[in-house]
Design a protein around this ligand. Structure first.
Ligand code: HEM
Ligand SMILES: *[C@@H]1O[C@H](CO)[C@@H](O)[C@H](O)[C@H]1NC(C)=O
Ligand SMILES: *[C@@H]1O[C@H](CO)[C@@H](O)[C@H](O)[C@H]1NC(C)=O
Ligand SMILES: *[C@@H]1O[C@H](CO)[C@@H](O)[C@H](O)[C@H]1NC(C)=O
Length: 521
């Protein structure tokens, strides 16, 4: 009897929920239903993270569809034409509100400081977007050259240390990349007083290492912070970690570290000071920079190494390309790798990186709809909804990528490639979609290619267990648009190549050559 009653109640509840589901307008994109009514998609999104959109796209094969997220809805776009249509309406379908949410929830800025940052169309003073805009010029030209010089110096010492690993001792290649690129990137951005130098600050930010499990780090808990459910109480250790990073940054400004840093750091500081932000709030906002600086560059560098080393023929070709074009030996026998030569003459290597980013990107380009709008005269998009564009789908769309979109083809992006696979912008979202293209792409590219070039030339790497296949991914790293491997899932053995044994190595940075001809969406 009880069972029948329970079943009837459940059924009634189910029908009620189905009724409650807001019916879309006839001209809205088709609504995808979920097994569990009303909350099914929201649960899916929380469970799987942003790649949930990719899963749904693959399942339904529609150019655009609607997903109900209870409080609002998301239009998921999987067709290049519609990406272009979204870009044409970038004033009404825009990214502008997200930096404010990040400042509030992730950085913990409140009150007048938040009002200063808030976008103007939401009644704020628009400083958040000004800070973002100040970054673009600082990541090109002289600012980029100077960051590259410092980055190369730090990176070189880390790569020198690999020589001491010994051929028979295996190590976690991803952990090594993380360590080397974290310190090279932050040294370049922050200068001699780099607040991320102490291991304790790296651990508070993101190293789920020897002393802190992932649950305690700031970066690992991004989703909890963004949900805004009082992290101070619900995720106390992660909250403390954030406060540790913020305090280190505040101390950095008080010691005037920014006076001798990079154009990037200086300009971000300057625009905030000029507009009246407090040092405490500047430090909070600055804690977010590491989310852009580190979690993508590191897995991208790791995967590029794997994609090349696992293909002996490609490895030989790229080594030859580097030897012939970018390697110089000076009178005293120092081996110099010229980063400008990599940029202008090493097409296979530059193409291989772009292909790595195409294949490994799990980015979701996100926009908010500000007014009801008819997209392409066909689909009604309603104000307040989200637009979500999964890069994984676009990066493989068969209208753009005619040749084997599923396959890794290292030469696909070569400048002189006359084949029909020549990529077009709307089908490549690994660096986002205009007008919000990643401004750090040239710095990241230079850093990844510098690391890869020097490792390829100096060392041989083999998987400890003989297999290059990496099946375990770390899917819990929300800010990482390039999905990293699971920690410890790839152990490598490394040996110095006898050809170059005992030589001193250096990088050379040629001014004005830090900007790459990358394809962007
Ligand atoms: C391989 C490395 C990198 C990848 C794959 C990458 C990817 C991306 C993507 C996909 C977006 C767009 C998000 C969206 O439209 O919703 C983005 C935005 C951004 N990235 Fe990167 N990024 C990388 C490295 C960097 C670095 C090193 C920096 C800083 C120096 C940086 C700074 C930024 C900033 C500030 C934005 C926001 C831009 C805006 O909204 O106007 N990124 N990145
Ligand atoms: C600025 O940084 C460089 C190293 O990047 C250092 O040699 C120099 O002494 C520093 N200058 C000041 C004024 O701190
Ligand atoms: C994207 O993420 C999902 C789940 O988080 C994972 O299953 C998938 O393999 C990832 N894709 C890539 C290209 O890394
Ligand atoms: C062009 O790219 C294809 C793969 O997409 C590759 O097979 C071919 O060798 C490339 N052409 C050149 C000239 O490198």
């Amino acid at each position: 009897m009880d069972l029948v009653f329970a079943a009837a109640t459940l059924l009634a509840f189910y029908i009620l929920l189905r009724r409650l589901e807001s019916r879309p307008d006839a001209s809205e994109p088709p609504l995808i239903s979920s097994k569990i009514p009303l909350v099914g998609h929201l649960v899916g999104l929380i469970w799987h993270g942003l790649p949930y959109y990719t899963q749904q796209s693959a399942k339904h094969e529609l150019p655009i569809f609607t997903i109900n997220l209870v409080a609002n809805k998301a239009y998921v776009i999987t067709s290049p034409n519609l990406v272009t249509a979204i870009q044409r309406k970038s004033r009404l379908i825009s990214f502008d509100s997200f930096p404010t949410s990040a400042a509030e929830r992730l950085a913990g800025i409140a009150g007048p400081g938040l009002q200063l940052l808030r976008e103007t169309r939401a009644g704020g003073q628009g400083l958040g977007l000004k800070v973002l805009h100040a970054m673009n010029p600082a990541l090109l030209g002289d600012g980029l050259d100077e960051m590259n010089i410092k980055m190369a110096m730090t990176l070189k010492s880390s790569i020198d240390e690999l020589a001491g690993r010994g051929a028979y001792i295996s190590f976690d290649l991803y952990a090594w990349c993380r360590e080397a690129l974290t310190i090279a990137s932050t040294d370049a951005v922050y200068g001699p007083l780099n607040p991320y130098k102490p291991a304790s600050i790296q651990e508070a930010f993101w190293r789920d290492g020897l002393t802190s499990p992932p649950s305690r780090t700031f970066e690992r808990n991004t989703a909890i912070f963004l949900l805004g459910v009082s992290p101070r109480f619900t995720a106390r250790r992660a909250w403390k970690s954030r406060e540790t990073v913020v305090a280190a940054l505040e101390q950095y400004y008080r010691m005037e570290g920014h006076e001798n840093s990079s154009e990037l750091t200086y300009r971000r500081w300057q625009v905030q000071r000029e507009n009246g932000a407090s040092v405490a709030d500047i430090a909070r906002l600055e804690a977010l920079l590491a989310f852009a600086l580190l979690p993508n560059t590191i897995p991208a560098g790791f995967w590029l190494l794997i994609e090349i080393f696992s293909r002996p023929h490609l490895l030989a070709e790229i080594r030859e390309e580097l030897c012939n074009n970018a390697l110089h030996v000076d009178k005293s026998g120092v081996h110099l790798i010229d980063l400008g030569d990599i940029q202008s003459k090493c097409d296979i290597l530059v193409s291989a990186l772009q292909e790595t980013l195409r294949v490994h990107s799990n980015a979701t380009v996100t926009r908010k709809v500000y007014e009801d709008i008819m997209l392409n005269d066909e689909y009604l998009l309603k104000a307040g909804s989200l637009v979500q564009i999964p890069a994984h789908e676009l990066n493989r769309h068969n209208s753009v990528w005619l040749m084997n979109p599923e396959r890794f083809e290292a030469k696909r992006f070569m400048k002189r490639n006359d084949s029909k696979s020549a990529p077009v912008a709307t089908g490549y979202l690994s660096f986002g979609a205009s007008p919000n293209i990643c401004p750090g792409r040239h710095f990241a590219t230079g850093e990844i290619l510098a690391m890869t070039a020097m490792i390829l030339l100096r060392y041989d790497i083999e998987p400890e267990d003989g297999s290059w296949a990496i099946s375990q991914l770390d899917t819990g790293d929300l800010p990482a648009t390039i999905t990293p491997p699971a920690m410890g899932s790839f152990r490598a053995v490394i040996s110095s190549r006898t050809k170059y044994h005992g030589f001193e190595w250096q990088f050379r940075v040629s001014k004005g050559q830090g900007k790459y001809g990358l394809i962007t969406g």
